[in-house]
Design a protein around this ligand. Structure first.
Ligand code: AFP
Length: 368
C-alpha cells in the first residue's frame, strides 16, 4: 500500500482554494458546495464498496416507500440511499437555492432551518445502478447552475422552470466514479481535472490534471441490441466502423459497452472514443434514453472542457433549451472528429430522404 501522507499532490480542498484566488471577490460558497458534493461521493463510495456486507444491494422494497422512480425505473436500495446522502450533505450550508435529482419527481426545497444560497444543483446520485448487483463500476453525476437572480433576491421556493437552463449556463459539472479506485472528475469551466480518493487519508488527490480527449479514435460504444431502431445516420456511422479496414474508414474499430455511462465517459476521457445513446424509434414517447439535465449536460460540459464534443447528434448538447426537469435526449459524445462526423451524417440531405426509404434498411450490416 503506497504511503501517501507525504505526497506532493494537491488535495481537492487545496485545488479549490488555489482556483478561488483567481477570483478575489468570490464568497467561498461555491467551494464549500463542491466539498459537500465530494463528501457525499465519499459516503456513496463507501456504501458501494461494502455492497452486500452493508445490506444495501437489491431493489428498494415497496413497503419502504416505493420501488419505481419518476422515470418508471425500478429503484435500487442504493439509488435511494445515494439520493439521501447527496441531499443531506448539500442542503445545510447556505450555498444552494434548491436541488433536483433523477430520483425525485419535483425540485427539492432547502428546509426552512437552513439559509438559501445562489446555486442550484441537479444530480443523478447513482448512474448505472441497474448494474450494481453485478459489481460493475457505477457513478454519480452532478451539474451546478446559478439560481435565477429573482430566486436569490426573494428566497422563494424553487420551481421546475428555474432549472430549465441550457448546458452552456452550467457553472460547474462533475462525476464520481466508483470503480477499482474512486475518482472525482470536475470542471469549473477551466478545463477538466481528475482526483483519486486516497483511502489512507480519505481525501481526493489531484492525480489527473488538465485532462484532454484525443480528437481521433478507433473505439466506439453503443448498445447494438437497439440497431433496428436506429436512425439512418447512426446506422451508417456504425456500419462504416464495423467495415473497418475494408470500408470507407480504412481502419479497424474496437467496440465497448459497459451500460454505465460514467464508466464509459471515463474511458473516453482517458483514451478517447465515442459514446452513442442516440434518439431512436424503440419507444416514440422517449426521445432518447439519457436525461438532459443531470446526465447529458454535465457530461457534455466535461467533454467540451476536455477538448471533446457533446451533441444530440444534430446540435451541440450545451445549446439545447430544456423543456422539462426529467427530459430525455439523444446523446453522442467523445472524440471531437468522430462526433463531428456523426453530426455531418445527420445533416447530409440524403440522411432525411433515406429515413423514409425502406430500401435503405436492407443496406445495414445489422439487417439479415
Ligand atoms: P441505470 O442508472 O438505470 O442503470 O441507467 C444507466 C444508463 O442511464 C447509462 O448509464 C447507460 O449508458 C445506459 O443507461 C444503459 O442503457 P442500456 O440498458 O440500454 O444498455
Amino acid at each position: 500500500m503506497p504511503m501517501t501522507l507525504r505526497s506532493n499532490r494537491s488535495t481537492l480542498t487545496q485545488f479549490l482554494i488555489e482556483e478561488r484566488r483567481r477570483f478575489p471577490s468570490a464568497s467561498g460558497d461555491f467551494n464549500s458546495l463542491i466539498l459537500d458534493v465530494s463528501l457525499a461521493c465519499k459516503g456513496i463510495a463507501k456504501a458501494v464498496a461494502f455492497g452486500e456486507l452493508a445490506g444495501v444491494m437489491g431493489n428498494h422494497a415497496a413497503d419502504e416507500g416505493g420501488s419505481v422512480n419518476v422515470q418508471g425505473e425500478t429503484q435500487k436500495k442504493l439509488d435511494v440511499l445515494s439520493n439521501e446522502v447527496f441531499m443531506q450533505r448539500t442542503e445545510w450550508s447556505g450555498s444552494l437555492a434548491g436541488m433536483a435529482s433523477e430520483e425525485m419527481d419535483a425540485p427539492y426545497q432547502i428546509p426552512k432551518q437552513y439559509p438559501r444560497g445562489n446555486y442550484l444543483i441537479v444530480f443523478d446520485p447513482l448512474d448505472g445502478s441497474s448494474n450494481i448487483d453485478v459489481n460493475v463500476s457505477v457513478g454519480s453525476i452532478f451539474s451546478i447552475l446559478r439560481a435565477p437572480q429573482e430566486v436569490i433576491d426573494s428566497g422563494r421556493d424553487v420551481l421546475e422552470a428555474d432549472f430549465l437552463q441550457p448546458g452552456c449556463k452550467q457553472v460547474a459539472a462533475g462525476y464520481a466514479l466508483y470503480g477499482p479506485t474512486t475518482m472525482l472528475v470536475l470542471t469549473v469551466g477551466d478545463g477538466v481535472n481528475g482526483f483519486t480518493l486516497d483511502p489512507n487519508i480519505g481525501e481526493f488527490m489531484l492525480t489527473h490534471p488538465k485532462l484532454r480527449i484525443p480528437e481521433d479514435t478507433q473505439e466506439f460504444a453503443i448498445n447494438a441490441s437497439n440497431a433496428r431502431f436506429w436512425e439512418v445516420p447512426v446506422k451508417r456511422y456504425v456500419d462504416e466502423c464495423l467495415a473497418g479496414k475494408t470500408g470507407v474508414r480504412g481502419k479497424d474499430f474496437n467496440m465497448r459497452w459497459i451500460a454505465s455511462m460514467v464508466a464509459e465517459a471515463h474511458r473516453i476521457l482517458m483514451r478517447g472514443g465515442v459514446f452513442m445513446y442516440p434518439r431512436d424509434t424503440k419507444d416514440l414517447s422517449k426521445p432518447g434514453r439519457l436525461r438532459l439535465l443531470y446526465e447529458a449536460n454535465p457530461m457534455g460540459m466535461i467533454m467540451e472542457q476536455a477538448g471533446g464534443r457533446a451533441s444530440t447528434g444534430e446540435m451541440p448538447m450545451l445549446q439545447v433549451k430544456p423543456t422539462s426537469l426529467h427530459q430525455r435526449i439523444g446523446f453522442v459524445f467523445g472524440s471531437k472528429n468522430e462526433v463531428e462526423r456523426i453530426e455531418r451524417y445527420h445533416h447530409e440531405p440524403t440522411a432525411k430522404a433515406e429515413l423514409t426509404n425502406p430500401l435503405f434498411a436492407e443496406r445495414s450490416l445489422f439487417r439479415d
